[in-house]
Write a protein of this length. Structure first.
Length: 155
């Protein structure tokens, strides 16, 4: 997959380059795990649609604006994604690549580098074997817990 280098500045002022999707590319999202390994998901993905439906219709977020709701859907989607068998933790759309100097994932600023700097990166599509093995009730209870966790983080 062709990605493009973006310039990031962490909260401690370190500048570094990170491969990301082109900012005008819609329909695809990248996920990163704790080891900064990258996978992708396409928005027509079945598990993504299920999470989107379960979160959007959830009473805990019924008063949320669309942008905030999108953030929560993207965070919660992590629970539907398989981890690598050899470790690395959860894949999450909202996980920033770690700053190579200080290790923080909290960023002050970011933007795609112009002129474009394309890089070829081997990106696999995220899988959902565990998620699809769950009952509807199990899925709902996982989503409940994940939403509560998100709400605690933002409040
Ligand atoms: Zn830093």
């Amino acid at each position: 997959m062709v990605l493009f280098l973006w310039q990031y500045i962490c909260i401690n002022g370190h500048e570094f380059e990170v491969p990301e999707l082109d900012e005008f590319q819609y329909g695809t999202l990248l996920l990163r795990n704790e080891l900064d390994e990258i996978q992708c998901v396409y928005v027509n993905d079945k598990a993504f649609s299920e999470i989107d439906k379960l979160v959007s219709g959830h009473s805990l977020v019924s008063n949320y604006e669309e942008g905030d709701l999108t953030d929560i859907v993207q965070s919660v989607f992590s629970i539907a994604c398989d981890e690598n068998v050899d470790g690395g933790g959860k894949y999450n759309i909202r996980t920033n690549q770690r700053c190579p100097k200080c290790g923080t994932r909290n960023m002050d600023d970011w933007g795609q580098i112009i002129p474009l700097k394309p890089v070829e990166v081997d990106v696999k599509e995220v899988t959902h074997n565990h998620w699809f093995s769950l009952s509807e009730a199990e899925k709902k209870s996982l989503v409940d817990a994940a939403i509560l966790k998100e709400l605690k983080k933002t409040n």
